[in-house]
Design a protein around this ligand. Structure first.
Ligand code: GDG
Length: 516
């Protein structure tokens, strides 16, 4: 291995489909501005742990991501600030379309969120996906130096870890998957050669991370069924090395949301909203327009609640913000139409001159508006029908320094594994959603406090910095704790288990016993 301990990593190279930067025009010219998302904060803290000294050009964090053609006009100094160097990957527009809109968004996204009927299987798109991953590889190989840690993100770049491994065999590579990894029954829907390439692609990494242990198990089963590879505890055994696979639940910058929730400008907007809504109880939700977010199920649950609880009419308002996304695509246009029709129907059925049951907007919120709504609402209603993690619910909990408010959370979000003190519902169960709304509205303050305290304590300890720290630490485990087939495992039980691998998940313990 090229690197021996985490402090010896020389530089951090992040690779993701999107570059988390914008370019600002100033009098001196164009300037690179990093956004304030969780991944950027996590990466900054990771660089600190690695001993990278912020501000020194030799140790800047390098970020490789797709760049649109407007960036091609800029000179390279505009793509650098004190902390980051952006490396835009340019590609042919037709390749990008097949790679991003096609293979990533029209196949992997619906399939991995258990919407196989929305998935579109096109050979041309897979070709584009391969070409696009190769473009990322070219950018990376021009950049990588001995001692670098490369951290690749998400489903748009599943082939890249192995491509990089083939090009630079002793590179140190991490890979994190941000969406659910589904059961093998779903993976099986992919043509055989595609699923082999995708899983083999991910296994180019040294450390592979998912949000939950369920996704880890699903991935392990696919590795076993598709590539027939043996698995020892959390490691997949390849002929020349092992790949560590584990759950690293992503999180948020708890302190940022906790303190922003108490700022004066947030408070001012929060009071303004409360006055506008005549101090009704507020239910709040915000999500990108997407069929995975369960927006229609949520509306049906609220409608059922209104039907069954006329005494709550005029006393509660559902503020539902949907953030524009992918709305050039027919499926998303249809979803938008369905949402707007349902909102219109509910408002038409129950609304009066003085009361709109749903205040719906199709736009994005500023950070201050988002914080004002997190802190103004009585209920955060988060009902995805499938979500890798879901950060909105974590942000809501962290914002509630006042220990007031109730989280209603879908059991189909990765976050439900951690936030057990939410009211956990199944979003397709309209009655359960309606009951949960009622339960939340009448929940005594002491119970709201108790539930929030537990969840806040958890998030304080499991914040985004812990996420990146744990991921980084896995590289140390890889180095200090490599299992060896010759010394750690009796060969015979391993071989007999291997021959059965077509049929079941192969989990072999260090003592060579087979786990069921
Ligand atoms: C993927 C996975 C996984 C949203 N609307 C506004 C706004 N936001 C911010 C939220 C939050 C983020 O966007 C959304 O995060 P999610 O986690 O809910 O969802 P995805 O974007 O689908 O992300 C997901 C995540 O990756 C991380 O691994 O959790 O499961 O699908 O931070 O605050 N921010 C502002 N205005 C908005 O209107 N300012």
């Amino acid at each position: 291995m090229m690197n021996t301990s985490k402090s010896s990593f020389k530089r951090l190279l992040i690779v993701s489909y999107r570059l988390p930067f914008s370019i600002q025009q100033t009098e001196e010219g164009a300037e690179l501005l990093q956004n304030s998302g969780g991944l950027v904060s996590a990466v900054l803290s990771m660089a600190e742990q690695m001993g990278q000294n912020q501000g020194k050009s030799a140790t800047k964090i390098h970020w490789v991501g797709h760049g649109d053609s407007s960036l091609q006009q800029l000179n390279s100094s505009a793509l650098e600030n004190d902390t980051f160097v952006a490396h835009p990957v340019f590609m042919d527009a037709a390749v990008h379309k097949g790679f991003y809109e096609g293979f990533s968004n029209d196949l992997i996204w619906p399939l991995f969120h258990y919407f196989p009927s929305y998935a579109s299987f096109k050979e041309h798109d897979f070709d584009c996906y391969k070409q696009a991953n190769t473009r990322f590889l070219e950018e990376l190989t021009a950049l990588i130096e001995p001692g670098d840690l490369v951290w690749i993100h998400d489903f748009q770049l599943m082939l890249l870890p192995d491509m990089l491994r083939q090009a630079i065999p002793d590179a140190t590579i991490g890979y994190f998957f941000h969406i659910p990894f589904p059961t093998y029954e779903i993976i099986k829907l992919l043509p055989r050669t595609w699923r082999q390439s995708l899983i083999n692609g991910i296994l180019g990494a040294d450390v592979v991370g998912f949000h939950t242990t369920d996704y880890v198990q699903h991935f392990m089963q696919s590795v076993s069924e598709v590539l027939y590879l043996p698995i020892i505890n959390q490691r997949i055994i390849l002929p020349d090395r092992a790949v560590i696979v584990n759950a690293f639940p992503i999180s948020i910058d708890f302190n940022k949301f906790n303190s922003s929730g108490q700022e004066a400008d947030v408070f001012a907007i929060q009071q303004h909203y409360k006055n506008l809504l005549r101090h009704n109880k507020i239910i709040f939700s915000v999500d990108r327009l997407d069929y995975t977010k369960g927006i229609t199920s949520r509306l049906l649950g609220y409608e059922r609640f209104l039907i069954q609880n006329p005494d709550w009419h005029d006393k509660v308002t559902f503020v539902m913000t949907v953030v524009p996304s992918r709305d050039k695509i027919a499926q998303y246009q249809e979803l938008k139409r369905e949402i707007e029709e349902t909102v219109g129907r509910i408002n038409g059925l129950f609304g009066t001159i003085g009361w709109r049951p749903i205040v719906y907007s199709y736009r994005s919120l500023t950070f201050t508006e988002l914080m004002a709504l997190y802190t103004a609402c009585n209920i955060a209603l988060i009902t995805p029908v499938r979500d890798g993690m879901n950060l909105v619910c974590k942000e809501f909990v962290a914002s509630r320094h006042d220990l007031k408010g109730v989280l209603i959370l879908s059991e189909l979000a990765g976050a439900a594994q951690e936030l057990q003190d939410a009211i956990i519902i199944n979003p397709t169960d309209t009655q359960e959603v309606a009951d949960a709304i009622k339960q939340a509205l009448v929940m005594p303050l002491a119970e709201q406090e108790r539930r929030l305290q537990h969840m806040r304590k958890h998030l304080q300890n499991h914040n985004v910095f812990r996420w990146s720290h744990d991921f980084l630490s896995a590289f140390n485990d890889m180095i200090t704790n490599q299992p060896s087939l010759e010394t750690d495992l009796p060969i015979q039980p391993f071989i007999s288990a291997f021959s059965d691998a077509h049929k079941r998940l192969l989990l072999v313990d260090f003592d060579g016993t087979l786990a069921p």
